[in-house]
Design a protein around this ligand. Structure first.
Ligand code: FES
Ligand SMILES: [Fe+2]
Length: 327
């Protein structure tokens, strides 16, 4: 289905591939993201590692039956072992370690119980950073902020690509016509390197009425968006979108509400908030799953800052040469 899009299939950036607490010391899990087979595991000392999945010996998948031995992962097929840096650390039946035996490693960073992984189509190291902490979640050393409720988690697999979904935030007209919100708030978009900030002064409509305030969305590339709703009640959505392959993405939402107005109120607002964001998302899904992406859309003066958004997007692709010249 590549012909639905004009952009390269999988963008570059930081993307969530797991939740930190899913991978405890000694755990191994197979993953499939970026069209690649990966294995994620945590050594007994607690170091997290993401490697290409297939053993360089005879090709077994380390995520299916691999086990943790100390600070190495052991292949289920012939028990070769690899360290967190992908180097072969032991072959139990050989006198010499094959010197070339090394598995490609992936750059990772843990943030607010998310394992974020750097993907680059040409294998280049990270060209931008993501925050070290999300204050509403807690501090970098894992101490939770108890002024905010426990995160409520939702996830979806959607047949679309990152840029298509991200464009929603700046597509102001669709909020009224697709989602039925009564006002059509104009949003402002500004670019700071890999970060796109989208700000709207209007509040959030919920089934229990409009909550006055503002919405600020900070997008760190295509993979991570931190959305803050400020009003009588403050709410947060940490949204991550990860390419599974060229046709599908994995979307995760993590909601939290500030407890200032009392736990009961926070729970009520939290519920209404999750319901509203989910309702809107489920209206967007059939659009995304069936639309095409125009390189030159026909825009009118009432559309939001789509042109600014598209300018920001181009930095996240490894463009084929002739296309790069045209950018
Ligand atoms: S295939 Fe992994 S040790 Fe042989
Ligand atoms: Fe939408």
């Amino acid at each position: 289905m590549d012909d639905r899009y004009f952009t390269p299939p999988i963008p570059n950036g930081w993307f969530q591939i797991a939740a930190s607490d899913e991978i405890k010391p000694g755990d191994v899990k197979p993953l499939k993201y970026f069209g690649e087979d990966l294995v994620i595991w945590r050594s007994e000392e607690g170091e997290l590692s993401v490697l290409d999945a297939f053993c360089p010996h005879l090709g077994a998948h380390l995520g299916h039956g691999g086990t943790i031995k100390g600070n190495s992962i052991e292949c289920p097929f012939h028990a070769w072992q690899f360290g967190t840096d992908g180097r072969c650390t032991a072959v139990p039946y050989a006198e010499h370690l094959p010197r070339k035996a090394k598995l490609p490693t992936w750059h990772i960073k843990e943030l607010a119980n998310m394992v974020m992984c750097w993907h680059h189509a040409d294998g280049e190291p990270p060209t931008f950073d993501i925050p070290d902490e999300i204050p509403e979640w807690g501090s970098q050393d894992g101490v939770r902020n108890d002024e905010w409720t426990e995160f409520v988690h939702r996830e979806w697999k959607i047949r679309t690509r990152n840029q298509e979904m991200a464009e929603n935030a700046v597509d102001t007209a669709h909020f009224h016509y697709l989602h039925g919100t009564t006002n059509m708030p104009q949003s402002e978009a500004s670019i700071d390197g890999a970060t796109l900030r989208v700000y709207s002064g209007a509040g959030m409509e919920t089934p229990r009425g409009t909550v006055d305030g503002s919405i600020e969305s900070l997008n760190y590339g295509f993979g991570l968006a931190i959305v803050r709703f400020k009003g009588i009640v403050e709410t947060l959505n940490v949204a991550t979108t990860t390419p599974i392959d060229a046709d599908n993405v994995h979307l995760r939402f993590n909601f939290s509400v500030k407890k200032t107005a009392g736990a009961e109120m926070a729970r009520g607002v939290g519920k209404a908030f999750v319901a509203e964001v989910t309702r809107q998302l489920e209206q967007d899904i059939p659009i995304w799953e069936n639309k095409v992406q125009y390189e030159k859309p026909l825009l009118c003066d009432g559309d939001g800052p789509i042109a600014i958004f598209r300018r920001w997007c181009t930095q996240f692709y490894s463009w084929p040469d002739e296309q790069e010249a045209a950018q």
